[in-house]
Design a protein around this ligand. Structure first.
Ligand code: PMV
Length: 313
């Protein structure tokens, strides 16, 4: 029997992380160089309901019924079966692999969920449209993130640049002048739910101040969308810098991120900022394409464990 395969890209947030949880707009784009991949191999000789999960990257090799119900892969499969009103799945092996670093702000959890939902729904003979894939992946995101805004599952599902406002339907926008982003990984893994929880506490302690930070970040995202639409990409750099300063103020940067951001600026980037929940993970720099290798090299020299050069188009 043929196998059913699906993949999904990683993502970076260009503008608006954290503020997006409080209703402000954010911009995210797919990162095609890193991907999650799920292959479902039917096992027609085994009893229906026999599901084996294999994910070498996380040393997982177990039957579905041996795992905790809130294990994200288990949760996603059960959610899908209930959505499709299927009581017992035909027997199969589910192979999960990913080149997206985990807990680094590159959307690895969302990409695995999206690839799994697509491959498994195809295996069940009812491939899901994007809107339903994204909605179910959002439910799985709650396990990873607690109170996710929904931006990760949205950009990873649609695999194109999105202007995202929590609770609203996806807004795509065109990028008339493609531009280059360098992504630098601090190598420090950090928990999104912890960072989001800390920001919530700080917000509750001083709602007025934090609301001001969030709306300033929202304005930057709006302005960035205009710059991208008009093709005035150099101007994005200054907006990124302002966004980074605001993220420092809300307490989600760290020494290593700040070092990578200032190194990118010194190496000639138009601007740079942390990307994702912060406290580790990745930063991004918007650069003139001819300078991308130089900026990436400088980032590795000051400790970035990996760099990715990607085009936003
Ligand atoms: O998964 P990360 O690290 O890219 O963080 C997601 C972005 C946040 O705004 C911090 C949280 C959210 O749900 O939008």
């Amino acid at each position: 029997m043929p196998a059913f395969t699906a993949t999904a890209p990683g993502k970076v947030i260009l503008f608006g992380e954290h503020a997006v949880v409080y209703g402000q707009p954010a911009i995210a784009v797919p990162v095609e160089q890193v991907r999650a991949r799920v292959v479902i191999e039917p096992q027609p000789r085994l009893k229906p309901g026999t599901l084996r999960l294999l994910a070498k990257d996380i040393q997982l090799d177990a039957r579905l019924d041996e795992l905790a119900p809130d294990q994200p892969l288990v949760f996603a499969i059960r959610l899908l079966l209930s959505e499709l009103k299927i009581e017992r799945s035909p027997a199969c092996t589910v192979r999960v692999s990913s080149t997206i670093p985990v807990a680094a702000g590159l959307g690895s959890g969302a990409a695995v969920s999206v690839a799994l939902l697509r491959a498994f729904s195809a295996f069940l003979g009812q491939p899901l449209p994007d809107e339903r894939v994204s909605r179910l992946a959002y439910e799985v995101e709650k396990i990873h993130h607690g109170t996710p805004s929904g931006i990760d599952n949205t950009v990873v599902t649609y695999a194109e640049p999105v202007y995202f406002v929590k609770g609203q339907s996806i807004q795509r926008f065109s990028v008339p002048q493609p531009f280059t982003i360098v992504i630098g990984d601090t190598g420090i893994s950090s928990s999104t739910s912890l960072a989001v929880g800390d920001v919530r506490q700080a917000y509750q302690a001083d709602p007025e101040l934090y609301q001001a930070y969030f709306s300033a970040i929202g304005k930057l995202a709006e302005e960035a969308r205009r710059c991208i639409a008009e093709g005035t990409i150099e101007t994005l750099g200054a907006l990124m810098h302002e966004n980074h300063v605001l993220l420092q103020k809300i307490g989600v940067s760290c020494e290593e991120l700040d070092r990578l951001v200032s190194t990118a600026n010194q190496a000639g980037a138009w601007g740079a900022k942390l990307s994702g929940s912060g406290r580790g993970g990745n930063m991004i720099a918007v650069v003139e394409s001819g300078l991308a290798e130089k900026v990436a090299h400088s980032l590795r020299q000051v400790g970035a464990v990996r760099t990715i050069i990607t085009q936003v188009r």
